[in-house]
Design a protein around this ligand. Structure first.
Ligand code: FAD
Length: 446
């Protein structure tokens, strides 16, 4: 059978899916609503798919944030330990150029609807400049990202000041002179609080629980490189050491006015931030409890404190969303996500998810390995296990970390265990009979 694969998205996950399909001589076409490669990492001040800020730097260090087929040493040996969003955008675009992916990407094209006809065919409906097209593909790869559909908090009452989600936060200047309240304790929340505090009249941060905050450097090294040294230990033991190290590093959270941490390390997604604690101790960011309710411009916190704010910025995460599927076909928005290796569906063999996992680390090295495994399956070099149904269920019942029950925690993986599992499967693939790569002159036409 002649394979013809559709890939949704040309972000960091979609481009590695495309590259690895083409490498095995498989015809593939990626669709992206954007006009360039890079997904979330294309900074834009307009409302768009992108949600990085003007000042965003990656939270994992460069050697743990690179494709094995295109390292930072090859791209830019002088790249910083934690590159900026602009360096990353250029890195992804250089990857796409190096592997000649551009002729295989249709930009400015929104995938509207995907209908699975049978085990060999999909009907994919796209729109470009108002023109709808429906075409048949044999396989579908979903790499549409999971940081683009804002999830808003639901508190009683109404806040009548300015209210926005971190998705719409681009830079600090618009908040100059304002009284800002940031909701959340994740990476975006802590970054937004630090940034607004540079220009605001006042900035406060409201936490509904205590969060583990890890600095970007330990002992002069990127902290994920330090943690990598213990990757051979069981997750529970690693978590125990991480807790010890962080308690030793920061001391008691009471000294910062922050609510104490109740859950073990890994039970909620840890936050990587060097500056928040510094800003708190300098009085630039004020810690606050959870919100009980809004009354006009007033915010009433659970400890009874009442304060007036001009702006509330909800950094409360994103929904997992696949609007191109019928809801009764696939809907993972509130979990669970029963996919083997977060990519294989037990019933639909011609459907793959790439990059739909949340590591305590970087996404695209894992997405690259998933892509390689997908390509090996498609050329018949690797077979999915016969007990795939059971393995899919196990992903839900035996996660790497026992996490707090929330929509944010349905796709968490431990970076090292996840990479190891993918590499183990790849090592089972028989020696690759490499087909000639689909060349620039043979892009899939639509
Ligand atoms: C502020 C911020 C900081 C972050 N920092 C980190 C970090 O430090 N490390 C990390 O690993 N991750 C980080 N992330 C997460 C980020 O999403 C991933 O790094 C990465 O972008 C995931 O790549 P992706 O290709 O899976 O998804 P995306 O980057 O979201 O790319 C998906 C692509 O699919 C396209 N698309 C989606 N739907 C459709 C459709 N229906 N039709 C056509 N095209 C479509 C989009 O236009 C986009 O180009 C951060 C996210 C944010 C918001």
């Amino acid at each position: 059978m002649q394979l013809k694969v559709a890939v949704i998205g040309a972000g960091p996950s979609g481009i590695t899916a495309l590259k690895n399909l083409l490498d095995q001589g498989i015809s593939a076409l990626a669709f992206d609503r954007n006009e360039e490669v890079g997904g979330n990492w294309i900074y834009s001040e307009d409302e768009s798919h992108s949600s990085v800020f003007e000042t965003t730097h990656i939270i994992s260090s460069k050697t743990l944030s690179q494709y094995e087929d295109f390292t930072f040493d090859e791209f830019d040996p002088e790249a910083a330990d934690y590159p900026s969003h602009d360096t990353l955008r250029r890195y992804f675009q250089a990857y796409a150029a190096k592997f000649n992916l551009y002729p295989h990407i249709q930009f400015g094209t929104l995938v509207e609807h995907c209908k699975r006809i049978d085990a060999q065919s999909w009907e994919i409906t796209t729109s470009k400049n108002g023109l709808e097209t429906t075409e048949t593909f044999t396989h579908l790869v979903v790499s549409n990202g999971h940081h683009w559909k804002p999830r808003y908090p639901d508190y009683p009452g109404t806040f009548t000041g300015e209210f926005l989600h971190s998705h719409n936060f681009k830079k600090a200047e618009p908040f100059a002179g304002k009284r800002v309240l940031v909701i959340g304790g994740g990476n975006s929340a802590c970054d937004v609080a630090v940034e607004t505090s540079r220009v605001s009249k006042s900035t406060a941060i409201s936490w509904r629980r205590g969060y583990w905050i890890a600095p970007k450097f330990f002992f002069g090294k990127p902290s994920d490189k330090v943690a990598e040294g213990t990757k051979w230990l069981p997750v529970k033991v690693r978590s125990f050491f991480n807790e010890l190290l962080l308690k030793f590093f920061w001391g008691d959270y009471k000294n910062y006015g922050l609510r104490p941490i109740q859950e073990p390390f890994g039970a909620t997604h840890p936050t990587i931030n060097d500056e928040l604690m510094h800003k708190i101790r300098h009085g630039k960011v004020k810690p606050r409890m959870d919100i009980s309710r809004f009354e006009d411009r007033q915010v009433i916190f659970e400890d009874g404190k009442t304060e007036e704010y001009d702006t509330v910025i909800a950094c409360t995460g994103y929904w997992l969303s696949h609007p191109f599927f019928d809801k009764d076909f696939i809907d993972y928005s509130s979990g669970p996500v029963p996919l083997y290796l977060k990519m294989f569906h037990s019933a639909y063999q011609n459907l793959y998810f790439i990059g739909m996992f949340q590591p305590l680390g970087c996404i695209w090295p894992g997405a690259e390995l998933q892509s390689k495994l997908m390509a090996q399956e498609l050329i018949g070099n690797w077979k999915r296990p016969e007990n795939i149904q059971e393995l899919c269920e196990k992903e839900v019942t035996h996660p790497h970390y026992q996490q707090v029950n929330s929509p944010r925690h349905t796709i968490t993986v431990d970076y090292h265990l996840f990479v190891k599992a993918l590499k183990r499967e790849l090592s089972k693939a028989s020696v690759t009979k490499k087909s000639p790569r689909v060349s620039q002159s043979e892009p899939v036409s639509t």
